[in-house]
Design a protein around this ligand. Structure first.
Ligand code: TXA
Ligand code: MG
Length: 349
């Protein structure tokens, strides 16, 4: 299969290209497309054969359910058993946007799309090209992140092409994504609602809309002894090729510890890398050094993280140290992804 890459400008969306992308989906094919979070690998959510193709292209186990993307709130009732009050409130507050809701599924959604579950994950993204594409595709696009299983979610079309060239009919290139981390997932099929994956819509924001909201305990701990509730969380997630350690503590102690480890690594002829911030990047003696931005700019940190992890892989870095990002808001999402990438290896100094 030859993959066509078509550039889409946010300001002037190429309607011919969107129409063509939509036709590919309706015919049972696959199209990767930009969203405000990360790129998605799209297929017709109501066609079981399309979902099978998605799993195959991604190299993902087929019991790991897909998110169904819609472009209008009116599209929701057809794919869920009922639309509870909680879902109406959240849609009003956060859609279109980086929030995925889990709801009991309707007959129309094949088990292939939900990995055999009786619930379905639904999201209405805010990216204008994504919305136009979903409409053109018939209104229901199943899409995981557009990476091969085991790689960071792609934030640029170039990374989608690296992972999926020859495996999808088309890639819509919308440039760099706005947010850079996957959507918040909230399970509304249980009472009270539970956050299964932290993201830009934070626990506090959800509480303001819903009242009581819990966070799945397994998200930040490796030793909670419970099975994670989002099936995707049980799989070994992205792990960089190098050994990643997160270092947490007072700033000067963190720099000292990391520099000590780097010196040891260099003695062993290891290629080293550091994930630092604008404030600290000048303090490290490392071969590959990347800043995620200003420490107090959570959005920037989130936006850059996956790209930096890919760059470390491309450069063949063997030992990676990252500063820790602790905070209540978007930092929760950053830390959740970093902890997974580090296999929960965290050093307190
Ligand atoms: O921002 C995003 O959500 C991106 C863009 C493309 O929209 N998509 C994305 O999809 O991150 P994916 O497949 O990489 O992650 C979906 C997660 C998985 O961990 C999966 O297990 C969980 O959602 N999930 C999907 N359906 C579920 C369900 N019915 N119950 C529990 N978890 C579910
Ligand atoms: Mg993913």
């Amino acid at each position: 299969m030859v993959t066509r890459i078509v550039t889409i400008e946010q300001q002037h969306i190429d309607t011919a290209a969107i129409r063509e992308a939509g036709e590919i989906i309706r015919a049972g094919g696959l199209v990767a497309f930009p969203t405000e979070t990360v790129y998605g690998l799209g297929g017709d959510a109501l066609n079981p054969e399309s979902s099978k193709k998605i799993y195959e292209a991604k190299g993902r186990p087929s019991d790991n359910p897909l998110i169904v993307h819609i472009a209008r709130i009116e599209a929701l009732p057809a794919i869920v058993r009922e639309v509870p009050e909680t879902a109406k409130k959240l849609a009003e507050a956060f859609w279109p946007g980086p929030l995925t809701m889990i709801l009991p599924k309707a007959e129309a959604v094949p088990k292939e799309t939900t990995g055999g579950l009786d619930t379905v994950a639904v999201r209405m993204p805010s990216h204008p090209a994504a919305l136009a594409f979903i409409e053109a595709a018939g209104g229901y696009v199943a899409a995981p992140s557009a990476n091969r299983s085991g790689r960071p979610s792609p934030t640029l079309a170039r990374y989608v092409a690296e992972d999926l060239d020859g495996r999808v009919e088309m890639i819509l290139d919308g440039g760099d994504v706005e947010l850079g981390l996957e959507s918040t997932i909230v399970d509304l099929a249980v009472e009270p609602p539970v956050i299964l994956r932290p993201g830009f819509v934070t626990e506090q924001m959800l509480r303001e809309t819903l009242g009581t909201v819990e966070t799945d305990e397994t998200l930040f701990r490796s030793d909670s002894g419970q099975a994670p509730k989002a099936p995707g969380m049980k799989y070994r997630h992205y792990a960089p090729k190098g050994e990643l350690t997160i270092v947490r503590g007072e700033a000067a102690a963190v720099t000292d510890y990391i520099n000590g480890q780097l010196a040891r690594g260099h003695k062993e002829n290891k290629k080293t890398g550091v994930i630092a911030t604008d404030e600290t990047i000048g303090r490290y003696e490392s071969q590959v050094l990347r800043s995620v931005g200003k420490r107090n700019d959570e959005r920037e940190v989130a936006q850059r993280l996956y790209r930096i992890l890919r760059e470390f892989d491309d450069e063949g870095v063997e030992l990676i140290y990252s500063e820790s990002f602790d905070g209540a808001g978007i930092s929760q999402a950053v830390m959740n992804r970093l902890l997974k990438a580090a296999g929960h290896r965290i050093k307190e100094v």
